[in-house]
Design a protein around this ligand. Structure first.
Ligand SMILES: N[C@@H](CCC(=O)N[C@@H](CS)C(=O)NCC(=O)O)C(=O)O
Length: 213
């Protein structure tokens, strides 16, 4: 049985959304963060040596890492849904955004996030550099969404599953003003209107409305 291990307020919300979007059977287990460290609790860290969320288990398999999990579930249980085939004109875009989400866009938030968490107000140029990279990432997303409704072209795909967390829950921790990003704002409204996304977020984070504006 496929089990999604969800750590509260974390990237594993993606995997809950993915399963709801595919409409597949799965077991759902939620873990609260350690109240002092705000990190994953011991029970979560015991799932896999990497110790971070998301993690899925499927029979004997224990798999961490958002992108790997998204590709695994779509390939194994997706029945052709949420994929963008090699003959689709958006094939390369889909691959780009699916990987860019965690390989570049998320890391471009980390300087700001750690500075906020540690209270570091330093004017270290590295923080300015990473902030500029984050601004470039938002600009890239805004431009792409001006020519396609979703990150994999005309339909929702695995690329959206990986990207939406960065534009919503991550933005609660590292704020970014979207007033000059009409395409991203319209995109988030499209995502927020999806019943599967609504079900997933109500399940993963009850009482925490997603940041869609
Ligand atoms: N690239 C990894 C990032 C995993 C990650 O950093 N997850 C955070 C939650 S958003 C985590 O587990 N934090 C708790 C901890 O490190 O104990 C993925 O997407 O799977």
């Amino acid at each position: 049985m496929l089990t999604v291990h969800h750590l509260g307020i974390s990237q594993s919300e993606r995997i809950v959304w993915l399963c709801e979007e595919l409409g597949i059977p799965y077991e759902y287990k939620r873990y609260d963060r350690d109240s002092v460290t705000r990190l994953a609790p011991a029970a979560y860290k015991a799932l896999h040596p990497d110790g971070t969320a998301p993690v899925i288990t499927d029979g004997n398999l224990v798999l961490p890492e958002s992108g790997a999990i998204i590709e695994y579930i779509i390939a194994k249980y997706g029945n052709g849904k949420l994929t963008v085939g090699k003959d689709n004109p958006a094939f390369a875009d889909h691959l780009f955004w699916l990987h860019y989400a965690n390989a570049s866009f998320m890391p471009n938030h980390m300087g700001g996030m750690f500075a906020l968490m540690t209270g570091d107000k330093s004017d270290n140029p590295m923080l300015a550099m990473i902030d500029q990279r984050k601004a470039n990432s938002y600009a890239l997303a805004e431009k792409y969404l001006g020519r396609a409704p979703f990150f994999g072209g005309k339909d929702v795909s695995g690329a959206d599953i990986n990207m939406v967390f960065v534009l919503t829950t991550m933005r609660m921790f590292v704020p970014h003003d979207l007033s000059n990003s009409p395409n991203i704002r319209a995109y988030l409204q499209r995502i927020g209107a999806r019943p599967a996304y609504q079900r997933a977020m109500a399940k993963a984070e009850p009482g925490m409305p997603p940041l869609l504006t």
